[in-house]
Ligand binder design. Sequence first.
Ligand code: ADP
Ligand code: ASP
Ligand code: MG
Length: 815
Amino acid sequence: MNVLKFGGTSVANAENIKLTANIIAKKAKEDRLVVVVSALSGVTDLLLSASKKASDKDAAYKEIVAEIEKKHLFAIKELIPVNDQSAMLSHVKRIINHLETLLDGCFLLGELSDRTSDTIIGFGELLSSCIIAETLKQQIPDAAYKDSRELIKTNNQFGKAIVNFAESNLLIHNYFDTHDSSVTVIPGFIASSSDGHNTTLGRGGSDYTAAIVAAALHSKQLEIWTDVNGMYTANPRIVKQAHPIETISYQEAMELSHFGAKVLYPPTIQPVLNKNIPILIKNTFEPEAEGTLISATAKESENPVKGISHIDNITLITLEGSGIIGVSGSSKRLFGTLSNENINVIFITQASSEHTICIGIQNSDAEKAKIAIDKAFEVEISQSKINPCTVEKNLCIVALVGESMKNHQGLSGKMFSTLGKNNVNIRAIAQGASERNISVVINERDVKKALNTLHERFFEDNTKQLNLFVMGVGNVGEKFMDQIHQQKKFLKENRKINLRVIAISNSRKMHFDEDGMPLKDWKESLENGETADKQTFISRVKALNLRNSIFVDITANEEVSKTYDQYLEENIAVVTCNKIACASAYENYSHLKNLSRKFNAPFLFETNVGAGLPIIDTLKHMIASGDKVHKIQAVLSGSLNFIFNNFKENNNFHDVVKEAGVQGFTEPDPKIDLSGVDVARKILILIRESGYEMEIEDIDNESFLPKECLDTQSVPDFFTSLIKHESHFNALYKNAVAKNSRLKYVAKFENGKASVGLQLIEPSHPFYNLEGKDNIVLFYTDRYVDQPLLIKGAGAGAAVTASGIFADVIRIGNV
Ligand code: ADP
Ligand code: ASP
Ligand code: MG
């Protein structure tokens, strides 16, 4: 004998029922079968809603009944040969009429007792099972139908009745001993009490029906056919990377299902465990997939963690006060009270000081529990020995489950640090004495992030997903997107970094794709995107609440630079090539650095100085290892170096500046480079990163530009002024040539003072031969006393800047 159970989606409509029938027909060739079926997908919910409406005196319940009727009649027409249809149609109509009569009664009385509710919500299985039995007759002529209310007996605890196994086992035995159909279809979920009332086994209870029958008949296996390829390492709807577990022990499966793995109704395991009957979970829509085998002898796997599950809608109730200490029986009273109120306790922790007891229950029980507990401890509360209990709603329990977790140290540490790094606040912790389970209570809004990071940590070979939110896709931004596109596969395969771009924005448009956008047509997606808005952008990034989120600023915009704090505070990393924030008031710079530390969110801006050159990173390592910077000398403007390297007798200053712009070496407004403001910002950032406090105003900046050029108000005016003052620039050049020197724009820091300006550099100086748009920095430190540490290379250009931003992103991936 083999017992097969098909869930709601497996029998959702005629098309799916045909798939189900084929599986049954194939299996029937091997063994006698009992087939347990659920209601058509969604029908139990429709019945619940109809009964609620009827008892609320809302006549709309009639529409729901009509919808239910339509679904079933449609299925009959599709599944059953025309000649045999009328009997089934009238049978179903009779059932529907009966349902309607009951609902009319609820409507007239404005009332719905638990007992009536159980009768009403059982109609889904009554309807589905008779249609499926009739459908099967085409392939298996002796297919029979049996009403499980005549086989499974329970008490009168409506909604989730307790099974009387002795009585049920006898009835099941008697029936199957005296009937020998090759296939018998029975409705899941429904049963009846010993005194004849209809009962149900709890939501999802068809699995349980199948287990009860399998255990009673000592079947060789129990097969649960559903819509996924088995029991997964985490809920596959929330964790895309989750995968089916090949084999798992009864205890592990029980733990996972108790903690929310809906694929198996928790009570299902007990009856089959006692008889050592394995459970096989299979997918109706992919029958060739292996599925999950639950048995007493699950294979030992290398990974001590078997799965991660979670329960939503949790409320934490905390009872606290000195009155709890030493008063024997406090917990007995607490749990007694909850039990009297029929409140299911899902989670318990008690501080070892015994000062507080903390329990997790369902949100829907919260009010009832608070009233009952405060009443039970009324006397202690009035004497201020115990505080009125506190109630925190909308939480969620996340549990790591695995039999051999007890043999491994440090798993809980790993769990907590993974959550901590992603700023998931842990409200309470419990570890079962069996150590088969470590569970934490967190905020519901963090659940997706928590499940995904934990899954990544425990099941994905340390692959790290980075979620990028990119603002600014101009010259540099475009190169950045191209580089990600090129490197994505390599990074995933070789560095275990899964880079995803979730959002992009320019000043006009923005586009979000929660699953990571296809990188080859990001431009098109952006063009078709919604109107850009910085604040909406931030709200969306926050609401998505994805793990390892990184905001990437590739603008030169001051407003954007003012939003970093809002990201960092949410534990979202900031990577930026925009210098404005780090060169703003020292207070703001240090505030951002503090936020980064406090919220464990990297704030990286390597490209603020020297484009892609590893200057800031090197400096950071030097300082962290105890070195101290005394003096910095640098050429930090790729654009000014390009301009003065190309400015010769045979061209004019204006044209060279224009060309630098065309090649992307200057800021959009070239005056920012030529006035020295940009270089001043850069040296300021190096000074601050060296550990000194300084403001931009403290930096001497004697401009080589005539005042009139400096005072211009627009980019075109600035260029015009360069033409006007051509002789001034020619004179600068001639003077340099006369002195056998070259013009270099130099930034300096020494003895606490900083300056930027154009200088004549003699041939012996390391700056003399600085080519093209290169940058050079000399650091004189405790360790580099006579010979400075020198970093030199291309210091401007879209591609190197983009690669510098990329490097910062990868740094975060490597943390
Ligand atoms: P059925 O109607 O077949 O009984 P259910 O909806 O009750 O199916 O259970 C299957 C669903 O359980 C899956 O579609 C999936 O969304 C959900 N689920 C939650 N956690 C898990 C898990 N760990 N493994 C597999 N499925 C899970
Ligand atoms: N139809 C019932 C429910 O939706 C039982 C089941 O599907 O297992 O809860
Ligand atoms: Mg189910």
